[in-house]
Design a protein around this ligand. Structure first.
Ligand code: FMN
Length: 207
């Protein structure tokens, strides 16, 4: 007789707002977010990854804040950030630092009241030579002022352009090793987000 290995449903579903720092159609970083969403559906009950598209955000200009309000695309972005339990940033390194689109999104979310505050987050990157490490540490620095609490490990620095191929031509993640690292990162993010909310992973399983 076969025994089921399916895990019981979690009591709470934590929502991960996932932001890609690349706007390219075939972005490897956006591919990492798609992979994260699939991994959660397949094997991490209680964690749901939603890609938050930042391509429609205008460049930050505080003149666009009128009567305490923001432009519609910014309002929509800020609402998605506020609704999230935690964050996943997947971003390339641009010139040894944070990609412009991601910094713009972080800046819009930071405008008072800061939408990112007091939530857990994880960062990963697909980039050139160093795999994006320099950009990740700059994101952490910005996150200090935004009061974002990052998990420290595992760290994922994906060398996107070195063999073996880790992404297909559409930016889909095809490397099993990176998928496994990403699964471990998501489990760590889930545990830390629950801790911040005063819950534990075991108390969230089953009834
Ligand atoms: C303006 C610009 C600057 C870049 N600077 C760096 C860099 O400093 N370090 C690095 O590793 N890669 C750098 N790259 C390469 C990208 O990080 C790399 O191609 C990445 O895979 C692109 O991510 P995507 O596929 O998600 O768009 C740069 C690319 C661009 C367009």
């Amino acid at each position: 007789m076969e025994t089921s290995t399916a895990q019981p449903p979690a009591k709470t579903v934590l929502r991960v707002a996932a932001i890609s720092g690349s706007l390219r159609r075939a972005s490897a970083n956006t591919g990492l977010i798609r992979a994260a969403a699939e991994i959660c559906k397949e094997s991490i009950p209680g964690l749901q990854v939603d890609h938050v598209d930042i391509s429609e955000l205008p460049l930050l200009n505080t003149d666009l804040e009128v009567g305490g309000g923001f432009p519609p695309a910014v309002e929509a972005f800020r609402a998605k950030v506020r609704a999230a339990d935690c964050f996943l940033f997947a971003s390339p390194e641009y010139n040894y630092s944070i990609s412009g689109p991601l910094k713009n999104a972080l800046d819009w979310g930071s405008r008072p009241p800061n939408c990112f505050a007091d939530r857990a987050a994880a960062i990963l990157s697909a980039s050139g030579g160093s795999g994006g490490s320099r950009s990740q540490y700059h994101i952490r620095q910005v996150g200090v002022f935004l009061d974002i609490h990052f998990i420290n490990k595992p760290e994922i620095f994906t060398k996107a352009h070195q063999p073996p191929n880790k992404f297909d031509d559409d930016g889909n993640l095809i490397d099993p090793e990176t998928k496994e690292q990403l699964r471990k990162m998501l489990l760590s993010l889930k545990a830390f987000a629950l801790r911040l909310q005063g819950k534990t992973a075991s108390s969230e399983q089953g009834n």
